[in-house]
Design a protein around this ligand. Structure first.
Ligand code: BV8
Ligand code: ZN
Length: 246
C-alpha cells in the first residue's frame, strides 16, 4: 500500500489534528525560514525576531515585518490550506494548530485555527497592550497605539518569548486527544511547538508527515510523505473521499 493510501486510512478514522509550519504556505509565495531561499539565509533571527532586536532598533524590525506583511496581504491560500479546510468541513479534522503567522488557514476557510506564534496581521501596544488589526501595511516608520500613542509591535512570538498561554494549552489538549496528527511543512526545529507531535504520539495518535525534506520527526512518523503539500494534500483528500464513499 502506498503512503497516500495508508495516510488516507488513518485520516478517514477522524479526530485528526493538523500541525503546520512555513512549508504549508510556501506554495502561496511566502518564504520559509530554513532551507534554500529561506528567511534565515538572508536575515539573522536574533537580529530581527527577538525582543532585544526590537528594543535595539524598532524601525529595522518594523521594516522587516512590514515587508513580510505586504507578502501575506497579497498572498492567496494554496491547495494545501484548502484541503485542510475541506477535511474540517467533512468532520474529520478537529483543528489546525499552526506555527505560521500569515492567517492563510483562516483565509482558506478553516474555522478552528490555533495560532501558536501570533499573527503578522495584528500589532499590539508595548505600553497598554491594545491590539490593532493590520489590514494594510502601516505607513508610519514606528506605528503608534490609537489608544495611548505607545509604540506598537508585531503581535508575534519572538525567540525567548513564551507562547500565548491559551493557545498553548489548547494545542496540548488537541495533541493529547487526537487519533491522527497531520504534521505539514515544518522542520520541527522550534520549541515548545515541535514537542506537539511527540505529545500526540504519546497519546496514541498516528503521525502523518508531509514535508519536502526529512525532519527529526520522519523517523517516528507512521507515514512520511515526501513532496509539496499543495500537491499531496489534495491527493490525500481525494483518497479519503474514495475510502469513505465505498
Ligand atoms: C520559548 C514567529 C522560553 C515570529 C517564530 C535550545 C534548545 C531548545 C530550545 C531552545 C534553545 N535555545 C532557545 C530555545 C528556545 C527557542 C527555540 O526553540 N529555538 C530553536 C531555534 C532552537 N524557542 C523559543 O524561543 C520559543 N519561546 O522557548 O520561550 C520561555 C519559556 C517560558 C517562559 C518564558 C520564555 C518561541 C519560539 C517562537 C519563535 N517565533 N515565528 C515570526 O514569524 O517572525 S519561529 C518560526 O520558525 C516559525 O514560527 C516556526 O515556528 C519556526 C520553525 O519554522 P517552520 O515553520 O518549521 O519552517 P522552516 O522553514 O523551519 O521549515 C519548513 C519546512 O517545510 C521544511 O521541513 C521544508 O522541507 C518544508 N517545506 C518547504 N516547502 C514545502 C515544505 N513542505 C511541504 N510542501 C512545501 N511546498
Ligand atoms: Zn497603547
Amino acid at each position: 500500500m502506498n503512503g497516500i493510501s495508508l495516510a488516507a486510512r488513518l485520516v478517514a478514522r477522524g479526530r485528526v489534528v493538523a500541525f503546520t509550519g512555513a512549508g504549508v504556505s510556501a506554495e502561496s509565495g511566502i518564504p520559509t525560514f530554513r532551507g534554500r531561499g529561506g528567511l534565515w539565509e538572508r536575515f539573522k533571527p536574533e537580529e530581527l525576531a527577538t525582543p532585544e532586536a526590537f528594543a535595539r532598533d524598532p524601525a529595522r524590525v518594523w521594516a522587516w515585518y512590514k515587508w513580510r506583511l505586504s507578502l501575506v496581504l497579497s498572498a492567496k491560500p494554496n491547495p494545501a490550506h484548502l484541503a485542510l479546510a475541506e477535511l474540517e468541513r467533512m468532520g474529520l479534522l478537529t483543528a489546525v494548530i499552526t506555527q505560521n503567522v500569515d492567517g492563510l488557514h483562516q483565509a482558506a476557510g478553516s474555522k478552528r485555527v490555533v495560532e501558536l506564534h501570533g499573527s503578522l496581521r495584528r500589532a499590539r501596544c508595548t505600553r497598554c497592550g491594545f491590539k490593532v488589526r493590520l489590514s494594510r501595511v502601516p505607513e508610519e516608520e514606528l506605528p503608534r497605539c490609537p489608544a495611548c500613542r505607545g509604540l506598537l509591535r508585531p503581535d508575534v512570538v519572538w525567540f525567548g518569548e513564551s507562547l500565548p498561554a491559551d493557545a498553548w494549552l489548547e494545542a496540548v489538549e488537541l495533541a493529547s486527544s487526537c487519533k491522527c496528527m497531520l504534521v505539514i511543512g515544518t522542520s520541527c526545529a522550534v520549541y515548545p511547538a515541535a514537542s506537539l507531535p511527540l505529545i500526540a504520539k504519546r497519546g496514541g495518535a498516528a503521525l502523518v508527515e508531509v514535508s519536502l525534506e526529512a525532519t527529526p520527526l520522519t523517523a517516528i512518523a507512521d507515514v512520511s510523505l515526501r513532496g509539496r503539500a499543495g500537491e499531496l494534500l489534495p491527493l490525500l483528500v481525494d483518497e479519503v473521499k474514495r475510502l469513505i464513499s465505498r
